[in-house]
Write a protein that binds this ligand. Sequence first.
Ligand SMILES: [Mg+2]
Length: 183
Amino acid sequence: MQVKFIPPKAERCVFFDRDGIVNTSPGAERYVLCWAEFHLLPEFVEALRVVRAHGYQAVIVTNQRAVARGLVSVAVLKAMHRRLRDLLRKRYSLDLLDVVYCPHDAGECECRKPAPGMLQAMARKHNLDLAASWMVGDAETDIEAGRRAGCRTIRVNGDEATSKADWRVAAMKDLPDLLEKVL
Ligand SMILES: [Mg+2]
C-alpha cells in the first residue's frame, strides 16, 4: 500500500484592523485603555458573520503603541482581547482564529503596520494562504501592510482618492455587503 503525504491545505483569512473596525475608534493619538472603553461595533459582528459563513478564518491585527508608551500593560491588552473573543463566541457564536498586536512605537520593529510582519507571522503560525486572504482597515497603513503581505485590501472610511485599496466602503455599515460580494 502506498501512503501519500498530503499537506494540509492553507486556509483563507480576513485580517481586520482593530480600532475603528472592530470597536469604535478612540480618535487619533488616543487609545482604548480598558474593557469599559472598548465599544464593539455591531457592523463588525455582521462582517465577521459573513467572513465565517464563507469559510474564511478571521484574525485581528492591531498596532498598540500605547504599550510602548506605558499607557496600557500587555496583561491588560491581552485580557481585553480575551474578553472580546469570549463575547463573540458566547453571544454571537463567532470565533476569531487569533488576535495579534504590535506593542512597539514607530521605527523600532518589523511588525508595526504598515510593515506586513504580523500578517506574515500569522500565516506561518496558522498555515494561511496570504494571496487568497484579505486585509480590512480604516487607515492607509492597514492597506499598505495588506498589500505588502500579498493580500487583497478593503479600506473603510477611505474617502481620499489616494487610497491604494482594491475596494473602498464609506462606512462600516457597508462592509458586510461588500464582503458578501467579493469573498
Ligand atoms: Mg484603525
